[in-house]
Ligand binder design. Structure first.
Ligand code: GRG
Length: 292
């Protein structure tokens, strides 16, 4: 299957799982950001890993879509005035700009809780033990051990508050704010495909490196890209004196580090012969190499 076909499948399922019901405001605001054109990287990686490991990807669709819901929840909350205060997301006005802050907070909360509900209600062909393991991974990734932990350290770093040194703080932010969802996508795929421990650890290493590379890439794009390319306001990191790889080590070092991590990703994943993973890694390399 091509990447575009997987994206189409995810979009169709997201639409099916999330119907507009009463009370309309909440379902409409949940669906608004979820339906905007995102890259769908996390659900695609989950589905492609399941396919690569020889399991029918239908069994992974509820989990893949739930991970996109969690990702979208984090984007909606990240854009709020009390967080990054961004007016645009995915090329359109951010959720709170359309529905107001109260609805945006609630839409995020509703996605955060509807995601595990979807895994439990819509999954077929999985054992109760597999579902329990998936939900366990989900709760670790979303909570203080994952996204929330990463976000609070990120926010505090803007105010130059560091409990650890800058390098350690930056690494913590990258792993918890960004890599965590790629790891969740791949770990849950391994649970669904009942993969052995050795392969699970190897793919987790890939997800960790990819997540770190992806956050550095996102930070580089904040410096060299445009609103049209990224669908959000550009140049905010520098303005807010955010702790990022580019602000700490400089743009050229960030590009080199990102390309090195992508090469390390190739070293792990190439033997699986996945055109989709090749395409994802290739797009990042191509974009950075045109800049160099
Ligand atoms: C879990 C309750 C709870 C809160 C979440 C707000 C927050 C805490 C965390 C922020 C996490 C965040 C926004 C990290 C940035 C990661 C990142 C690089 C996002 C951009 O991902 P893309 O480019 O976006 O894949 P699209 O729109 O293409 O899906």
């Amino acid at each position: 299957m091509m990447m575009e076909e997987l994206i189409k499948l995810v979009n169709e399922k997201l639409d099916e799982y999330l119907e507009i019901k009463y009370p309309q405001t909440i379902f409409e605001s949940m669906k608004y950001t979820l339906s905007l054109k995102g890259k769908r990287l996390r659900p695609v990686m989950c589905l492609e890993t399941v396919r690569m490991l020889g399991k029918n990807l239908e069994t992974a669709l509820p989990t893949a879509c739930a991970i996109e819901m969690l990702h979208v929840q984090s984007l909606i909350h990240d854009d709020l005035p009390c967080m990054d205060n961004d007016d645009y997301r995915r090329g359109k006005p951010s959720n709170h700009k359309v529905f107001g802050e109260a609805a945006a907070v609630l839409a995020g909360d509703a996605l955060l809780t509807y995601a595990p509900q979807t895994i439990i209600e819509k999954s077929t062909g999985l054992t109760a033990e597999q579902i329990l393991k998936i939900i366990h991974e989900y709760t670790k990734a979303a909570g203080a051990y994952g996204l929330i932990g990463g976000q609070i350290v990120d926010i505090e770093s803007e105010k130059q508050h560091f409990e650890k040194d800058k390098e350690e703080t930056l690494s913590y932010i990258h792993i918890h704010k960004t890599a965590v969802l790629f790891r969740l996508a791949i770990k849950t795929a391994c649970i669904i495909a009942a993969t052995n421990e050795e392969t699970t650890l190897e793919l987790d290493e890939f997800a960790l490196k990819f997540g770190e590379a992806f956050q550095i890439y996102d930070d580089i794009m904040d410096e060299i890209s445009t609103f049209e390319e990224m669908g959000k306001t550009i140049g905010k990191d520098k303005q807010a004196e955010k702790l990022t790889y580019t602000t700490l080590y400089g743009l050229e070092n960030a590009i080199s580090k990102c390309l090195l991590l992508i090469k390390e990703c190739h070293d792990i994943i190439d033997k699986y012969g996945s055109e989709i993973f090749e395409e994802i890694l290739g797009k990042i390399e191509k974009r950075l190499n045109t800049r160099k």
